[in-house]
Design a protein around this ligand. Structure first.
Ligand code: HEM
Ligand code: HEM
Length: 228
């Protein structure tokens, strides 16, 4: 580790911890909420990219508010994960907290891979259309429902991977809220730590409900079979 990084390591770890809640965790919840519109109808789902595309300087918001924080959290997260000392491998240390510590790192690395593939399957498709429109003066629409329906409907492997993706992100976020509360001194007593864990896992469960509603709307809903 370089001297500059070592000197600022405490600050970097605090920033990493904060970035997991805001903006990355907040983005996850908002993303699940917006995607759950697929459970209403393809038209309601189309409202999401149509609305987002009207926001001025969306690209700056995406880069500064989503991509840079996720990249920062992900890169430092992978570094932290590779330096982890796993107590669960030691006898008599298999406590829930130690399993939580290990799973936080395993799920972080899995999320890194899953988010990269996901961006290539979704965001990059939309970006290519936008670049084409800007270059050729065309008005091709990004049809979000047919893209996601096409990805998931006829592939149980992809549908299972997306369900796992949502579950892993929700657990990582939920357990992360508990870690965050302990690390920043919000939860010091045993009761408040239990409360933070319940709150975190409860928020994670809301993410799962919204994400699964989205997957249902894309695969099993009456309008999913009718889509080409
Ligand atoms: C039900 C599961 C999910 C569905 C249906 C879904 C769908 C989508 C779609 C359609 C896009 C492209 C949006 C656009 O360019 O207009 C997108 C982008 C993105 N997704 Fe997901 N996603 C899901 C789960 C997740 C999860 C669990 C994460 C992890 C936190 C995630 C992270 C992202 C990121 C970072 C972007 C790019 C930023 C953006 O343009 O909004 N997604 N997703
Ligand atoms: C992109 C890949 C990701 C990697 C490699 C990663 C890695 C990690 C690691 C290793 C930790 C433990 C840090 C520590 O104990 O100090 C952590 C914590 C955390 N992560 Fe992630 N993560 C990723 C994505 C996400 C996403 C998508 C979310 C939100 C949905 C998130 C939210 C959190 C939260 C809230 C914490 C707790 C912060 C704390 O310990 O105080 N992470 N992450």
């Amino acid at each position: 580790m370089s001297a500059a990084i070592q000197k600022n390591y405490f600050l970097l770890r605090r920033l990493h911890s904060l970035s997991g809640i805001i903006p990355v965790g907040a983005f996850f919840l908002l993303h699940m909420f917006l995607n759950s519109r697929a459970a209403q109808s393809p038209q309601q789902y189309q409202w999401v990219p149509d609305f987002l595309d009207q926001i001025p300087y969306l690209w700056a918001l995406e880069i500064g508010g989503i991509f840079i924080p996720i990249l920062f959290h992900a890169i430092l997260g992978v570094v932290i994960a590779t330096k982890a000392e796993h107590n669960v491998t030691r006898p008599k240390h298999g406590w829930a907290e130690n399993w939580g510590y290990t799973f936080q790192r395993i799920t972080g690395v899995l999320l890194f891979i899953m988010i990269m593939v996901h961006l290539w399957q979704t965001w990059w498709v939309h970006t290519r259309i936008k670049l084409g429109n800007a270059q050729n003066g065309t008005h091709t629409e990004f049809e979000i429902y047919s893209l996601m329906n096409g990805l998931l409907k006829d592939s149980w492997v992809m549908t299972t991977l997306y369900a796992l993706f949502v579950l892993i992100a929700a657990w990582h976020f939920g357990n992360g809220i508990y870690n965050f509360a302990c690390k920043w001194g919000f939860s010091t007593s045993r009761e408040s730590q239990r409360f933070a864990l319940t709150l975190g896992l409860g928020i994670g469960a809301i993410g799962v409900l919204l994400g699964f509603a989205s997957i249902w709307g894309l695969t099993l809903a009456p309008w999913a079979a009718a889509a080409q």
